[in-house]
Design a protein around this ligand. Structure first.
Ligand SMILES: NC(=O)N[C@@H](CC(=O)O)C(=O)O
Ligand SMILES: [Zn+2]
Ligand SMILES: [Zn+2]
Length: 437
């Protein structure tokens, strides 16, 4: 492979440096680097980040290839600056066997846009009745380390305990969709004054918080790792903060949309804003930002959830839950966290690359992610222009779906290039993007 010289990049937002990449590896970092015959990319004004790692992506293949495929979802990932995504298990068939996770993993390799790390289901068919073949998925070629019934909660405490005990043997983690099912039957939006006014069944914060509290205690009891998916309430933040103060083995993620959008948007009954967990109050949003800044919440994860037009272009009550997220994630994080002074670019690198790779245990092994930008490390890199502003245009998305909540919004920052082991998987260094979703 030809060498690439990236000049004047602000590595993690620091002083400009050159980055020399050869044969998929970073071979030099410093000022005034030269290499005969190398392709040169002038990165003046650009931030260099490690390739982003998403711990929570719905790629929909197998089964809902009308909404997304591994090919289109990973292309959207590359455009968003991601070099690795964890593909959620709520496919059809469910990713609850070594066969299905290997299939998804292989499709990712064939597409080549980003490494796909399949998430294995915790229970057979996501039914919450008996454990799936966790060990076989861990030992498969896909090397699964993250297990989740995302979309539904593992609500049986005994099953949750058994799952935590089981994955301990291979250092796996259970990623819990924290939603007490009895408290959210038929729920449609955040429970509060507005849900009453709109006549939509409320989704109380306590439905999330009750499971978060139970599971940090269970994880501590078992001595195994639990990860909280798309944490959305101030109360959940307080529980995770207390758990971490006690040294309990818990990590948590927040989505870009929960950092920016509030339940007020639901007032127009536009199903674009229908998501699980629901958009919450401004006070929740403020608490989530603060928790991401101080490290109580470990990471940003997109929960990219593509749905076909017919599942969203309908009445609120029957519309699907979920929003696109891969292509806009970094822009929303810049807008809510960097431009507000809550997080610097090194912090973004931690919350969107280093920490998610560590939690997913893909920071080691053959083809690691979330490694430092340093000589000898794989060249998984993202170049960002923080000075641009783009109006989000769903039709410009690489996703097969169009259900972005940001349509028409002006968001800062553009991912200009993404390198997967030295190979460009996204490159608009020669021009500007048409938009993003
Ligand atoms: N987030 C959502 O609203 N929907 C997700 C499931 C999930 O993440 O719980 C989906 O698969 O569509
Ligand atoms: Zn979920
Ligand atoms: Zn999800």
């Amino acid at each position: 492979m030809n060498a690439t010289l990236i000049t004047n990049a602000r590595v993690l937002g620091g002083d400009p440096q050159d980055i020399l990449v050869d044969d998929g590896v970073i071979v030099g970092l410093g000022a005034g680097l030269r290499k005969d015959g190398a392709r040169t990319i002038d990165a003046t004004g650009l931030i260099a980040l490690p390739g982003l790692v998403d711990l929570h992506t719905h790629l929909r293949e197998p089964g809902r290839e009308d909404a997304e495929t591994v090919e289109t979802g990973t292309l959207a990932a590359a455009r968003g600056g991601f070099t690795a995504v964890h593909a959620m298990a709520n496919t059809d068939p469910v990713a609850d066997t070594a066969g299905v996770v290997e299939q998804v993993w292989r499709l990712g390799r064939e597409a080549g846009h980003a490494d796909v790390r399949p998430v294995g289901a915790v229970t057979v068919g996501l039914k919450g009745e008996r454990l799936a073949e966790l060990g076989a998925m861990a030992e498969s070629a896909a090397g699964v380390r993250v297990f989740s019934d995302d979309g539904v909660c593992v609500h049986d405490a005994m099953l949750m305990r058994r799952a935590l005990e089981y994955v301990k043997a291979f250092d796996g983690v259970i990623a819990q969709h924290a939603q007490e099912p009895r408290l959210t039957e038929g729920a449609q939006m955040n429970e509060g004054e507005l849900s009453g006014r709109l006549g939509l069944r409320g989704w109380p914060s306590v439905a999330e918080e009750a499971i978060v509290a139970r599971d940090v205690l269970l994880a501590a009891h078992v001595g195994s790792r639990v990860h909280i998916c798309h944490l959305s309430t101030k109360g959940s933040v307080e529980i995770v903060r207390l758990a971490k103060e006690r040294g309990l083995p818990v990590t948590a993620e927040v989505t870009p949309h929960h950092l920016l959008l509030t339940d007020e948007l639901v007032a127009g009954y536009d199903p674009r804003y229908k998501v699980n967990p629901p958009l919450r109050s401004a006070a929740d949003v403020a608490a989530l930002r603060e928790a991401l800044a101080d490290g109580t919440i470990d990471i940003v994860a997109t929960d990219h959830a593509p749905h076909p037009v017919e599942a969203k272009d309908c009445e609120w009550d029957v519309a699907a839950f979920g929003m696109l997220g891969l292509e806009t994630a970094l822009s929303v994080v810049q807008h809510t966290m960097v431009d507000t002074g809550l997080l610097d670019w090194a912090g973004v690198a931690d919350r969107m690359a280093f920490a998610p790779a560590r939690i997913g245990r893909c920071d080691t092994g053959d083809q690691p992610h979330g490694r430092p930008i340093a000589a000898g490390e794989p060249a998984n890199l993202t170049l960002v222009d923080p000075s641009t502003t783009t109006t989000v245009d769903p039709s410009a998305s690489a996703s097969l779906s169009r259900n972005t909540p940001y349509e028409g919004m002006k968001l800062p920052g553009t991912v200009v290039a993404t390198f997967l082991r030295g190979r460009l998987t996204h490159d608009i260094t020669g021009g500007t993007a048409g938009g993003n979703a």
